[in-house]
Design a protein around this ligand. Structure first.
Ligand code: SAM
Length: 583
């Protein structure tokens, strides 16, 4: 999932009490929050400058010495995770103040940097890190830019990178290196120093860990260069185990719950397809610079790709696009179509004034009258043909089990069709529990952040009424259309464009907790692409519930779903149950 803004979904099986709160006000706020990092062309910058311009680590050292206005010697101990998030504070600051604030502060809670920081703390020990912070030695890297090191990998971070240490180091320090595994000895080259850690490129695996690594499994020639996949050298079972560990660590580090409140985390639900599963890819390229437009060495014809032109994905650890001709995790039709799409870019290259993000989506062929033929498709015994939709304004059509969905190519839909039936079935069975458990069965479903209606529609047969809420008008139009396509009557299902914050605030502040608790939904199923913010939110819900004697939520189950095999990403499903009714 493209970085960049954390999105999570609350799918609620609830009581009429909650349902009555709809309709909600139409959202006035902007649909897409400003992404923290914007990928795009970095015309005219050298590789080094791009590296230095990256923002992967809050407070990272961008130059060998600290900024001149940074405190020199002894610093007070930094307070982690207190006060407003760095981004809120940063708004009113000048550039240099921002830089200094960033340099001095610890990462924003739950950000990718924070996840890394906490796991670095686990490796080095919190006392050691706290001492270094108090003494102001937390940025005194024992390594210099471009130093080559032999390292021992001690852990795998939830981000997918390895955390390694060096016996050559004058003091404990972590080096973050991609494509390496615990138990391995590696050689790596430092490219940036940060607080208590450095980032390095992998040069060589000197002593592999044969219990984990099997390089014969790698199916992509770009693996270990492209930033897309992290785990192709691992068996699929190991990948699933690692993703379970990520859920375990997230709840340990972020939920603030006692161990007894966290259920045994179930094994990660596998994806039926481990390659050829991605139904959408978005390769990008930079437009020619002025100099490139007039360069006599550029090919005069429109079929030869200039050497400087890269159409693909970001090189690992950078924002630099690398040329990618094939992507084995994408579906067959996308892989077949990619060469033609690339050739078309070359043909029209000098018409582009700025960088472009292409889109290739796997789709069933369009039908003349979707509404009339939607359900007819579901009984067809013909093998399905697929097409690739490359027009951003095109319509994509896909099936999840026997359900048909259509949505605009440019809007959100989950990218691994093969695992979605397991996901929706799991959510359904989690809501309803065992037939013999004696619990009253919910009759109303609210699907907050409903997108094109995936959960609302697939779960609709099990509820009396279903309501979906979603910020994007475009997705709401698609959701309504999908309800018709699947013959779900408007008396049963409704979709409204609006801000879910109008019924549930998206933050983890007190009003959110209070509202959620006041609704007293019987079951809350929280499906999230960010297990860290999910752990934080679930912790707050559990802590806030039961205080007024109006029912207490327990965390009944936790399970990761593998929506993106070969990558470090895990989707997490938390099931919260109201266990005590009002007295
Ligand atoms: C990750 S998608 C999930 C969509 C759907 N539940 C699914 O699984 O296909 C998250 C959705 O939340 C929507 N969204 C983001 N912020 C929202 C808000 N404040 N209120 C309502 N919807 C929001 C986005 O437009 C996006 O469609």
């Amino acid at each position: 999932m493209l970085l960049l803004g954390v999105r999570s979904r609350l799918d609620l099986a609830t009581t009429t009490q909650l349902y009555r709160l709809l309709p909600v006000r139409l959202a006035r706020r902007s649909l897409h929050p400003q992404p923290k990092y914007v990928a795009g062309p970095f015309v005219g910058l050298s590789h080094l400058k791009r590296r230095m311009a990256e923002t992967p680590s809050v407070g990272e050292v961008r130059a060998p010495s600290p900024p001149s206005d940074a405190p020199a010697a002894k610093k007070p101990r930094l307070q982690a995770h207190k006060g407003a998030p760095a981004s809120d504070k940063a708004r009113s600051l000048s550039k240099s103040q921002k830089r200094r604030a960033q340099y001095n502060s610890l990462p924003e809670p739950c950000s990718a940097d924070d996840v890394l920081w906490r796991e670095i703390n686990d490796v080095l020990g919190e006392d050691y890190v706290n001492n270094a912070l108090a003494e102001g030695t937390d940025r005194q890297s024992p390594f210099v830019y471009h130093q080559e090191l032999e390292l021992q990998v001690v852990a795998l971070c939830s981000t997918g990178s390895a955390l390694a240490t060096s016996s050559e180091s004058s003091r404990p320090w972590v080096v973050v290196v991609p494509f390496s595994l615990p138990g391995e000895t590696i050689r790596a080259k430092v490219y940036r120093n940060a607080r208590m850690h450095s980032f390095a490129d992998l040069i060589e695996v000197v002593a592999p860990n044969p219990e984990l690594r099997d390089d014969s499994l790698v199916q992509c020639k770009y693996f270990a260069t492209c930033g897309g996949c992290q785990y192709q050298m691992l068996s699929y079972e190991k990948q699933l185990d690692l993703k379970r560990d990520v859920v375990v660590k997230a709840y340990k580090n972020y939920s603030n719950l006692p161990e007894t409140a966290i259920p045994a985390i179930e094994s990660t639900m596998p994806s039926p397809k481990q390659y050829n599963y991605r139904t959408k890819i978005t390769p990008h390229f930079e437009a020619p610079t002025k100099a490139q437009r007039v360069d006599p060495n550029n090919p005069a014809n429109d079929t030869e790709q200039p050497k400087w032109l890269n159409i693909g994905f970001n090189r690992v650890g950078t924002h630099k696009v690398m040329d990618i001709e094939d992507c084995p995790i994408a579906t067959p039709i996308i892989r077949e179509t990619l060469p033609a799409v690339r050739a078309n870019v070359v043909k029209n290259l000098y018409t582009y004034k700025r960088g472009v993000s292409l889109i290739l989506r796997d789709s069933l062929p369009p039908v003349a009258s979707a509404t009339a033929e939607g359900a007819a498709d579901t009984v067809s015994t013909e093998p399905e043909t697929h097409v690739c939709i490359t027009d951003h304004r095109g319509t994509v059509r896909e099936k999840i089990g026997s359900w048909v969905f259509e949505y605009p190519n440019s809007s959100f839909f989950q990218n691994n069709n093969s695992v979605l039936p397991s996901l929706t079935d799991y959510v359904q069975s989690s809501i309803f529990g065992e037939p013999t458990d004696g619990r009253p069965k919910p009759t109303h479903l609210v699907d907050a952040y409903c997108g094109a209606g995936l959960f609302a529609i697939t779960l609709s047969p099990h509820f009396t009424t279903v309501a979906g809420i979603e910020l994007s008008q475009e997705s709401i139009r698609a959701a309504k259309h999908n309800a018709e396509l699947n013959y779900i009557p408007a008396t049963k299902i409704s979709f409204r464009a609006g801000d879910a914050a109008d019924i549930f605030r998206t933050g983890c502040d007190e009003p959110f907790i209070k509202q959620l608790l006041a609704f007293r939904a019987q079951t809350v199923v929280y499906v999230s692409c960010n297990v860290h913010t999910q752990a934080r939110d679930v912790g707050m819900v559990l802590k806030g519930s039961g205080e007024d004697g109006r029912g207490k939520y327990v965390l009944e189950s936790l399970r990761g779903f593998d929506l993106f095999p070969q990558t470090a990403h895990v989707e997490s499903v938390a099931v919260l149950r109201l266990v005590q009714e009002a007295s």
